[in-house]
Write a protein that binds this ligand. Structure first.
Ligand SMILES: NC(=O)c1ccc[n+]([C@@H]2O[C@H](COP(=O)([O-])OP(=O)(O)OC[C@H]3O[C@@H](n4cnc5c(N)ncnc54)[C@H](O)[C@@H]3O)[C@@H](O)[C@H]2O)c1
Length: 338
C-alpha cells in the first residue's frame, strides 16, 4: 500500500506540470461525471460543531472505492491553521484491499477548482473575460488558475475582508498575464464580472451581494456555502438563476438551496454534461453552480494520483495490512520469537 504525503504529491504535480495535471484531472472528472450511474453514491457523513464540521465522503464504482476525511473550520486561520484539511484512501474492490493513503488538502483545492472549471465549461459564457473572486484565502489561486484555463479571462477583480489575504493572492498571481484589480468592496468586485467565484468562510448565513448588482449573463460559482447553516446568498439570487448542483440528496441539505427547496434546481451537473438537461442556452441567462463538493470529485483525483504515482514509481510502501503465510493465522503476528 502506497503512502502519498505532501512532499511526494508536490513532486508528482511538479513532474507532471500543474497545467497538464489540471487538464488530465478535468478530463477524468468529466468522464466520471458522465458515467454517473455506474457509481454507488451517498451524501457525506457530517459531524457538526458550532465552530465547524468534520465529514467523511465515500464513493465507489465496480473497480475502486474511495473516501476522504475533511474538515471545515472557518475560524482556524485566526490561529494560523488551515480552514480545510483532508486525507483520503483509495482501495480496489475485488478484494477490498486499500491501495493508497493520500494527503488531500492540496488535492481538495485542486479537485474543487477543476469542478468549478467543469461547471464553467457548461454554464459560463464562452466569451467570459472578467472573473471576480470573493474571498482570497487558501482556495483562491486554484480557482483563479482553473478559470483562466477554461475561459479567455483578461481581468480578475477580488475582495477579501482580510487585506493580507489579498496581498498573498497578488503575490501568487503575479506570474500570470491577467490584470489584477484589487477592490474595496464586494459590490465593486462583482459589478461588471462575467464569472463570480465566492469562496468565503463563515459558519453563518451571509448575503455577499444581490442579483441587482450583477451584469446580465453572469455565471456564479458558489463554493463557500457548503454545510448546514453556512450560506453566501439570499434565496432571491437563486430564484433568478438557472441552478445546477452536484448531487441533490447532499446539496439540498448543504448548498445554498438549503434555504429553499428542490424545485429551484434545474439539473445535477452530470445531466448537463451528458446533455440530458440543458446548460447555458444564451448569453443573457444567469447561471448558478451551487457547488458543495461531492465524493466523486475526490474519487477522480485519487485515481489520477494513484496512476501517476505508479507510473513514476513514487510513494512510500507502508506496512498497514498484515502479510501472512496463512491468512487464517492472524494471531501469529503476536507470537514473540524465543
Ligand atoms: N465546495 C467545495 O467543494 C469546497 C471545497 C473547499 C473549500 N470550500 C469552502 O470554501 C471556503 C473557502 O475555503 P478556504 O480554504 O479558501 O478558506 P480560508 O479561510 O483560507 O479563506 C476564506 C477567506 O474568506 C474571507 N472572507 C470571509 N468572509 C468574507 C466576506 N464576507 N467577504 C469577503 N471575504 C470574506 C476570509 O477573510 C478568508 O480570507 C470555505 O467556506 C470552505 O469551507 C468548499
Amino acid at each position: 500500500m502506497k503512502l502519498i504525503d505532501v512532499d511526494t504529491l508536490t513532486q508528482i504535480i511538479s513532474r507532471t506540470g500543474l497545467e497538464r495535471f489540471n487538464l488530465q484531472l478535468l478530463q477524468l472528472l468529466e468522464q466520471d461525471f458522465s458515467h454517473w450511474e455506474a457509481f454507488q453514491k451517498s451524501p457525506r457523513h457530517v459531524t457538526s460543531y458550532p465552530h465547524g464540521v468534520i465529514e467523511l465522503m465515500p464513493c465507489a464504482n465496480d473497480e475502486f472505492y474511495s473516501f476522504k476525511y475533511v474538515n471545515g473550520h472557518p475560524a482556524n486561520t485566526r490561529e494560523g491553521k488551515l480552514c480545510v484539511v483532508a486525507m483520503g484512501l483509495l482501495a480496489e474492490v475485488q478484494h477490498g484491499y486499500p491501495l493508497m493513503l493520500c494527503e488531500m488538502t492540496l488535492l481538495t483545492a485542486l479537485r474543487t477548482a477543476a469542478t468549478a472549471a467543469l461547471g464553467a465549461k457548461y454554464l459560463a459564457r464562452k466569451n467570459s473575460r472578467h472573473l471576480a473572486l470573493i474571498g482570497t484565502g487558501a482556495q483562491a489561486e486554484f480557482q483563479a488558475y482553473a478559470m483562466l484555463a477554461q475561459r479567455p479571462i483578461q481581468q480578475i477583480s477580488y475582495f477579501d475582508i482580510d487585506p493580507r489575504a489579498m496581498d498573498k493572492f497578488e503575490k501568487n498571481m503575479a506570474a500570470s498575464a491577467v490584470e489584477l484589480v484589487r477592490c474595496e468592496s464586494v459590490a465593486e468586485a462583482v459589478s461588471s464580472a462575467d464569472i463570480i467565484v465566492t469562496a468565503t468562510a463563515a459558519k453563518q448565513q451571509v448575503e455577499l451581494f444581490g442579483i441587482e448588482q450583477l451584469k446580465q449573463g453572469v455565471h456564479i460559482h458558489a463554493m463557500g456555502g457548503d454545510c448546514l447553516g453556512k450560506t453566501e446568498f439570499s434565496l432571491d439570487v437563486l430564484q433568478q438563476c438557472k441552478v445546477v448542483v452536484e448531487y441533490v440528496p447532499q446539496s439540498k441539505v448543504e448548498g445554498e438551496i438549503q434555504q429553499g427547496n428542490e424545485s429551484l434546481i434545474h439539473a445535477e451537473l452530470w445531466e448537463v454534461i451528458t446533455g440530458k438537461k440543458s446548460g447555458r442556452l444564451n448569453d443573457h441567462e444567469m447561471t448558478f453552480f451551487d457547488a458543495v463538493g461531492f465524493a466523486l470529485e475526490d474519487f477522480s483525483i485519487l485515481k489520477l494520483v494513484y496512476q501517476l504515482a505508479t507510473e513514476m514509481n513514487v510513494g512510500k510502501d507502508i506496512d498497514l495490512i498484515p502479510q501472512l503465510d496463512d491468512a487464517k493465522d492472524l494471531f501469529s503476528l503476536l507470537k514473540t520469537e524465543r
